[in-house]
Design a protein around this ligand. Structure first.
Ligand code: PHE
Length: 345
């Protein structure tokens, strides 16, 4: 019986060694099979052979052999757990190199139109103007009638305007932000000083300088004695701040139904400072926007009394400003979504 006793001790040392050698789950499984495998596990064989021993020895050795069995089972449990935590399944397809530099996320930034719109807003705000918005879907009254457009004015044509199919009200996509003048004057008492940035729509063929959808910035100032001279001062100061250098301004008489008198506003060419170059077609001037003194009918339509009140209004295209500032030659680029263009700003 001594032999069994000794062999149990030896066996435990052997088991310990085997556990040390087992590097992975498969190794642990091998250890289990070697000693506790159903048919040829060494420890199992010993346990099976116990019945041949005398009673007392059987009990003592049986107890020790069972202890050893427990020892193996526990050890396997603990080691399996440890290995599970440590071993990531080594599957070649899943393997990746954590030292390879990652893909850099693309950082977005504001669209050049938004940037310039904000800059323009900032300048006018600093001069006391409030920023007001209005609806993009308008009705005929606000877009045309209230602004003193005669009934037969060509701008109302479906050739120029996107009319919407609607039952009663004649709805359309606003062709300018001027209708917000009316909406604002209806609800607020002078003195008024506002700018209205916003999207406008015109039904026209697109080319390098025309889009069916673009951005306008309307301006309106109304009080008891607001004059064209006030307008000139405001607008000259605006351009000076916007372009970062003094510019000359000139007014040329023109017609808009909602102003009287109406003017086209030109500034001295930024390229040649008025000397004449190809950018200004040798004139030395660049056409910038439409403006004028608010027509008395427009004041009346907004329930203000033209006997006591007067003011100026102006409207400029934001695209045009951006194109001049950055020397962009095609308006369609703004809406192309082309990153090669956008990433330059
Ligand atoms: N609404 C005009 C346009 O569509 C611009 C403008 C605004 C002109 C205000 C005069 C006064 O171009």
């Amino acid at each position: 019986m001594k032999t069994v006793g000794i062999s149990l001790k030896k066996l435990k040392n052997e088991i310990k060694k085997d556990f040390k050698m087992a590097r992975d789950l498969k190794g642990l499984n091998d250890v289990f099979n070697k000693y506790l495998g159903k048919h040829d596990g060494e420890l199992n064989r010993i346990l099976r052979s116990l019945e041949k021993l005398p009673k007392e020895k059987r009990a003592r050795i049986g107890k020790e052999a069972n202890k050893l069995k427990e020892y193996i089972k526990q050890k396997i449990e603990i080691k399996t757990e440890k290995m599970r935590l440590l071993t990531v399944p080594v599957n070649k397809k899943e393997w990746f190199d954590i030292t390879v530099p990652g893909k850099r996320p693309l950082f977005g930034h504001l669209h050049p139109l938004t940037k310039i719109k904000r800059k323009v807003e900032e300048i006018f705000e600093s001069m006391g103007f409030s920023i007001i918005e209005g609806p993009e879907i308008e009705n005929e009254w606000y877009n045309f009638d209230a602004l003193n457009f005669p009934k037969e004015h060509p701008a109302r044509d479906t050739i120029d305007t996107f009319w919407l199919k609607s039952n009663h009200l004649k709805l359309l996509l606003r062709t300018h932000t001027s209708p917000v003048q009316i909406r604002y004057m209806e609800k607020n008492n002078p003195p008024l000083r506002i700018i209205v940035p916003g999207r406008v729509f015109r039904r026209e063929a697109t080319d390098a300088s025309h889009e069916i959808n673009f951005y306008h910035l309307e301006g309106l100032m109304v009080d008891k004695a607001v004059s064209a001279a006030n307008f000139k001062a405001v607008i000259q100061e605006f351009y000076r701040r916007f372009f970062g250098k003094p510019v000359k301004v000139r007014f040329i008489p023109t017609f808009f139904p909602f102003v009287e008198p109406g003017f086209q506003v030109d500034i001295s060419c930024l390229n040649c400072q008025g000397k004449g170059c190809s950018a200004c077609q040798q004139t030395g001037w660049m056409e910038m926007m439409g403006a004028g003194m608010v027509h008395p009918n427009v004041l009346k339509n907004s329930r203000l009394n033209p006997k006591f009140l007067q003011g100026f209004a102006f409207g400029m295209g934001i695209e045009r400003l951006v194109m001049m500032k950055y020397k962009i030659n095609d308006i369609r680029l703004f809406y192309s979504g082309d990153l090669r263009f956008l990433q330059q700003f």
